[in-house]
Design a protein around this ligand. Structure first.
Ligand code: MRU
Length: 332
């Protein structure tokens, strides 16, 4: 992605390996500033996934791959490292896919840095392909809507839901994007809006609760990412995605989900099996260090919800666009 770092506009990725350490953009600091952190111990990478320094399913996967790389370079117990990294967050399937992929490469004696770099680079290539397929759906004058952040920050580079938008923008098409703020961590407002602004793509941030209102006024297409897609075409994504899919169905708005094949967990038959991460209630009740909820009230904070396959128009993958009833075929 292009971003202004230290006053210079340059290409930067969400996570990479340099100088013997795993480096990543600390996504908790955006949009105020681009802060880069570096880690030399896999346990610190696992913590960075847990505390959302790095986030978004494919970036979590690439970070996990680099975490396994550090474990191998440091001579750590790889089975222990694999289970520690997998324990960081439960919902994004890319995390598990990446750790297993790296474990297999390391067992074959592959160079750890080369293997993790290949994992990250392949992720970016898949996103480019998603951009090419999905970009063809975006026409001049369209109004789109997205939720959370499924952009370059979430995927090493390029994005999943934002990849078709980047592609269509580069092709010279004019369109507009509603970006829902995405309470409580504000990935829509702080990350997606920042990426669209950096790209010069026209957009407006809207409160999460305003999406039905804007859909009633005319939205042509919704594109989100996914954290895990099951064999029947159900998928988990950021909390609030399910609401948008229901409202989209009400208004007859096409609802697309953009994700690489590494997000498809075909060992799970349906979304009922997906473990939904429950995060701290402080993410809901505390803002900028100050409690904004009544002292006597508790909050619930599920990080994801599951949208049933029947609400999905299509999955935009690096292999093409699949209908929900075609997902299981990938297993055969
Ligand atoms: O909790 P997060 O910020 O990691 O959740 C991210 C999302 O839900 C994204 O939409 C999803 O991971 C797809 S990222 C390409």
């Amino acid at each position: 992605m292009k971003a202004v770092v230290d006053g210079i506009r340059k290409d930067i990725r969400a996570v990479w390996f340099e100088g013997g350490e795993v480096r990543m953009i600390d996504q908790r600091l955006l949009p105020a500033r681009i802060g880069i952190v570096g880690f030399r111990d896999y346990r610190d990478v696992a913590e960075a996934i847990r505390n959302m320094t790095t986030r978004g399913a494919p970036s979590i996967g690439a970070s996990a791959a680099y975490g396994m790389c550090l474990a191998a370079l440091n001579g750590d117990d790889l089975a222990r490292a694999a289970s520690d990294i997998k324990a960081a967050r439960p919902t994004a399937y890319d995390l598990f896919h990446a750790v297993d992929w790296m474990s297999a490469r390391l067992a074959e004696g592959e160079d750890p840095v080369k293997a993790a770099d290949t994992y990250a680079e392949t992720t970016v290539e898949k996103c480019r392909s998603i951009g090419r397929y999905g970009g063809e759906l975006i026409e001049d004058g369209m109004k789109l809507m997205t939720h959370c952040n499924a952009g370059a920050l979430a995927t090493v580079d390029v994005g999943t839901a934002l990849a078709p938008m980047r592609y269509a923008h580069d092709a010279g098409r004019d369109f507009f994007v509603y970006v829902s703020e995405t309470r409580p961590r504000l990935q829509g407002m702080q990350l997606t809006a920042w990426e669209l602004w950096q790209e010069g793509i026209e957009h407006r941030i809207i409160p999460d609760g305003a999406s039905a209102y804007y859909m009633s006024q005319g939205v042509d297409m919704i594109i989100t990412g996914a954290d895990r897609i099951t064999a029947n075409g159900d998928f988990a994504n950021k909390i609030g995605t399910f609401d948008k899919a229901i409202v989209a169905k009400h208004f007859g708005i096409p609802f697309y989900v953009a994700a690489p094949v590494s997000t498809f967990d075909l060992s799970m038959e349906s979304g009922k099996d997906i473990v939904i991460e429950q995060r701290s209630q402080d993410e809901v009740c505390v803002m900028n260090g100050a409690r904004i909820a009544p002292e006597g009230s508790q909050a619930l904070n599920p990080a994801f919800d599951v949208t049933p396959a029947e609400l999905v128009t299509g999955f935009i993958t690096e292999k093409g666009i699949l209908r929900p009833d075609e997902v299981h075929v990938m297993r055969d």
